[in-house]
Design a protein around this ligand. Sequence first.
Ligand SMILES: Nc1ncnc2c1ncn2[C@@H]1O[C@H](COP(=O)(O)OP(=O)(O)OP(=O)(O)O)[C@@H](O)[C@H]1O
Ligand SMILES: [Mg+2]
Length: 177
Amino acid sequence: MRSNPNIVVTGTPGVGKTTHAELLARNTGLKHLSINDIVKTEKCHEGWDDELETWIVDEDKLLDTLEDLVAPGGQILDWHACDLFPVRWVDLVVVVRCDSTILYDRLTARGYKGKKLEENMDAEIMQVLLEEARESYEKEIVVELRSDTAEEVEGNVERIEAWITQWKKDREDEEKK
Ligand SMILES: Nc1ncnc2c1ncn2[C@@H]1O[C@H](COP(=O)(O)OP(=O)(O)OP(=O)(O)O)[C@@H](O)[C@H]1O
Ligand SMILES: [Mg+2]
């Protein structure tokens, strides 16, 4: 049994996943796993998609690479998808959301344009990641958190910390039975 939870932080590109994951890792000692970085460094991909300007992910290789990392628990999985992570790995799914006007500004500031900008904007407006999370995991473990402002990030991370404390307490109570 894990003594620390595994937490998926997901959402459309630019909503603030990494911002949340880094602050949460700093405050709790949980480990931030940037799946984008792992895909690159461990070469869990089949090349580069020129049109979408993104890696074509080899999901089997990625899951093999992650298996040993997530087994002990205490990992924050930061990625713009969530449905490939096995249910047994995951204790909480945080779907980070952002106002679409704010997201548009963040993505254009990063140089996103054309199809890539359009697809990401549509995904946020259609709440694709929230639906994906709700379809893939028990609804009790899926939470949607808003990330328009820096204050909201702090509030969200405090909420997740409180959730972690409760998760650990529940485990301890369970063990005493
Ligand atoms: N709540 C917020 N308030 C203000 N700025 C934010 C907020 N969340 C994120 N940002 C800013 O928006 C940009 C994107 O944030 P971040 O890198 O955390 O997004 P991401 O979801 O990890 O994106 P990607 O999917 O591309 O990795 C950064 O410049 C970050 O500082
Ligand atoms: Mg990120």
